[in-house]
Design a protein around this ligand. Structure first.
Ligand SMILES: [Zn+2]
Length: 264
């Protein structure tokens, strides 16, 4: 799971700020072919990318509608899959068009044109991990307490939408598969939560490469006999941030601190 936070504080739903006592989780998909998180989540934090149309949901009523969800799953600017939490989990959302708003957390998966199996596998796995995390957090039973929007309609607690069944069925999955995969994830977490390590700068996101070229040139990031580095994914963003703070001269920081210390 690649979980980030960008609360939709300008949305009327967030401003209403009603409490939610979480009794279930509802899975949605967006119903429009756009895999970019920046379509719905903003402002740009550097990872999301720009929404040039200004139509993300961090506004009072997106497209004039009273809508807001607790999270989105889709692509960052660099193409990696991520989850953005967009409402506090225990704040009432506007996602179901029915009574489920008062009981369920609602999460949207950004749809593609429903045909890309690799994209589906990636966002499905991300949703499994997120829902396992939320089931643990709120002591929910994944087999009982997870539904999709279409199932909510069948139960009379959500409006008449077909998500996510029309997409899942095209990709050979059912909601029962999803519920079982969440349960399995809770019992046997997959190894891919372990930290990723970059061995070459070209594996890093574009926005980080220049910083690390200079750190390598300056000998601060070491290169081994095989010509490889070992930089943990979690350290990349703070280093780039620090580099910007230093006016793009992070490699001079150790020298600058020595100078400061001798002048004391
Ligand atoms: Zn929906």
């Amino acid at each position: 799971m690649n979980l980030h936070t960008c609360m939709l504080t300008e949305n009327d739903c967030y401003k209403a700020g009603k409490p939610l006592s979480v009794r279930g989780l509802m899975l949605h998909s967006t119903g429009a072919p756009n895999t970019r998180l920046s379509r719905y989540v903003g402002p740009n934090d550097g990872l999301l990318g720009m929404n040039q149309y200004g139509n993300h949901w961090n506004q009072a009523r997106p497209a004039g509608r009273q809508v807001c969800v607790h999270g989105f799953i889709g692509k960052l600017k660099d193409g990696t899959i991520a989850t953005y939490q967009t409402l506090p989990w225990e704040m009432r959302g506007w996602h179901a068009g029915g009574a489920a708003n008062s009981t369920h957390i609602g999460v949207e998966i950004c749809e593609d044109d429903l045909t890309d199996a690799a994209y589906f596998r990636a966002v499905y796995q991300e949703a499994v991990e997120l829902f396992a995390y939320l089931c643990k957090m709120f002591d929910l039973d994944p087999l009982q307490d997870i539904i999709c929007h279409a199932e909510g309609y069948q139960q009379g607690i959500a409006s008449n939408h077909g998500d996510v069944l029309y997409w899942f069925s095209k990709q050979g999955k059912t909601m029962d598969d999803f519920r079982r995969d969440v349960r399995d994830q809770m019992e046997h977490p997959k190894e891919d939560d372990t930290m990723k390590t970059y061995t070459h700068t070209d594996q890093m996101p574009d926005w980080a490469q220049d910083t690390f070229y200079r750190l390598i040139d300056a000998g601060i990031v070491k290169v081994d006999d095989k010509g490889e580095i070992a930089v943990q994914e979690c350290s990349v963003q703070p280093m780039v941030y620090l580099d910007r703070l230093c006016g793009g001269q992070i490699e001079k920081l150790p020298e600058a601190i020595k100078v400061l210390q001798t002048s004391e």
